[in-house]
Design a protein around this ligand. Structure first.
Ligand SMILES: [Ca+2]
Ligand SMILES: [Ca+2]
Ligand SMILES: [Ca+2]
Length: 208
């Protein structure tokens, strides 16, 4: 009797397990196959819940509205670089090269900031390599940097002064902005009088 009862119970359980469960009409499926919402790059919200909203989300890296943009303003006392949509995790270095004007007319020009060669913070605030090639950039925050005019030939305090003495250089220069912390081989931007200037130094940059 004991054995019969156990068998009966097992049979009943098996039968119940095989009965299809009907869903109520209009029931919402709350299973895990719910599609993850896409990140809208302009609505100020972390749509896909990964902790990063809009341009901070890697899903928006290629979005037009999240592209890095720059602008430069020359005043009577300084030069201000403004970066829009900069990557907060980036290490930006900004270089200015005079490659028109005197360079063309007189065969001489200010040598520019050889930012394309790389940048290493030295103990004296400047970095030289063998052959006295000055490797020089202006470190910039995610929003840019302002540098004051200097007029010290080929000597400049990092992030503070440059050899430019006035804004007459403004139409004669090419700029380079390098993201030194990027994991990509070459992440830089160029703009100014000759956006192709740095291609001669094997840099492949996005033109602004
Ligand atoms: Ca969003
Ligand atoms: Ca997100
Ligand atoms: Ca995301």
């Amino acid at each position: 009797m004991q054995k019969l009862n156990t068998l009966t119970i097992l049979t009943l359980v098996s039968a119940i397990a095989c009965i299809p469960v009907e869903k109520e009409t209009g029931e919402t499926d709350t299973g895990t196959d719910e599609p993850t919402p896409d990140e809208d790059c302009t609505n100020g919200t972390d749509d896909d819940g990964d902790g990063d909203a809009d341009c901070d989300d890697s899903d928006c890296a290629d979005a037009t509205e999240c592209a890095v943009e720059t602008s430069v303003a020359w005043t009577s006392t300084d030069i201000a670089l403004t970066i829009t949509n900069g990557d907060a995790a980036a290490t930006y270095n900004w270089g200015i090269a005079e490659n028109a004007g005197d360079c063309v007319d007189n065969g001489w020009c200010w040598t520019g900031e050889d930012c394309h060669l790389g940048y290493t913070v030295g103990t004296t605030g400047q970095t030289h390599t063998a052959g006295d090639v000055l490797q020089y950039c202006h470190p910039a925050s995610v929003t840019g940097v302002t540098i004051a005019y200097g007029a010290q030939n080929q000597i400049a305090e990092e992030g503070q002064t440059t050899v430019f003495s006035n804004d007459s250089f403004s139409p004669n220069v090419t700029y380079i902005l390098d993201n030194a912390a990027s994991t990509e081989a070459e992440t830089c931007w160029v703009w100014g009088i000759d956006p192709t200037y740095y291609s001669g130094y094997t840099k492949t940059c996005t033109e602004m």
